[in-house]
Ligand binder design. Sequence first.
Ligand SMILES: C[S@@+](CC[C@H](N)C(=O)[O-])C[C@H]1O[C@@H](n2cnc3c(N)ncnc32)[C@H](O)[C@@H]1O
Length: 341
Amino acid sequence: MPEIDDPYALRDASVVDGGDVPPGQREQVLHALGGQGAGKQMASVPRLVHRKHDTVADMRRSRSGKEVNVAEPSRGRKDWRSYDTVAGTYDRVRTEFHALPAADLVALLAPRAGGRVLDVGTGTGAAALEAAKSVGPEGIVVGLDPSLEMLSRARDRGLGRVVAGKALDLPFENGAFDAVVASFVVFLFTRYETALFDMMRVVRPGGKVGVTTWGGTEDEFRRTWREVAESFVGKDLLKDAARRASPWEERFSDPRHLHETLREAGLRQVDVQRRDYRFTWSVDDYLAGRETSAAGRFLHDMLGEASWERFRQRVAEEFRSRFADPIGDTSDVILAVGVKT
Ligand SMILES: C[S@@+](CC[C@H](N)C(=O)[O-])C[C@H]1O[C@@H](n2cnc3c(N)ncnc32)[C@H](O)[C@@H]1O
């Protein structure tokens, strides 16, 4: 896979983890939408019944006579699971916050000056830019991500080396890096064992791998946002979408599971820590941040513009009626680091 100077040169490259709808799930969603409940869900979501007819769902429609959409990407339409459509917003409202745990992760890895670090799922570059401070001008930091739009933002922030790709068949030699990081990424991998195996491959013996994941604590802000979202598309559909985009979020919100997984991947001296990060957001920025989540991307794609705007208005009204602006939000994050022997 080439290192690129102009991320847009690879605009047609695939942008999401291939085959990330596990076998059987498409059918489950189709089933959910095709049954009694679907009518109710669709009634509150007018755009659901007006999609183009080139999706898996539409194939079912032609057989059953019903029009349903399960948010599978149609040809020529962006896959909602990609971060491409939210890169600008993510860059503006999420990067500064993600830099906080990223800085702690890099401190735990402590890459030496002049060292080489790979940031898998670099996004807008939060962890890579922290690593770059550690390794200094003699070091090399590479940011890898399937989203060209995210990579473009990372470049704008000063990350010089970006590579378009996924954590699969990483285009690097065995042992090329002193450290590999993946900040808020491992729960997105369809086959996390395979991805971790490849991340391990490109670390030198004695080198380190570090990851962060969400601790998963629910709070009143997340709950309120989710409840409004559910009132638009239904609980099951939203949950299923989040699970498809981020299949291992629950597993890796448990420090014991994360520890076990990193050990199984071959890391030793695995250190797993849970830390809280408090951040103050304006209500507008907090809500913009939620829009970049899997649920937000799914909802936008599914509702279409008119209903999406209604959702945004509703959720903003709800927040303003319930919370002071700005809001202080605490996220619990799990940081894990291990050594390749
Ligand atoms: C939640 S963002 C985290 C970005 C950045 N690490 C941060 O902390 O802000 C997840 C990123 O992982 C990328 N991603 C998704 N699937 C991936 C895969 N299979 N391999 C590598 N990166 C992936 C997405 O495009 C997105 O930029």
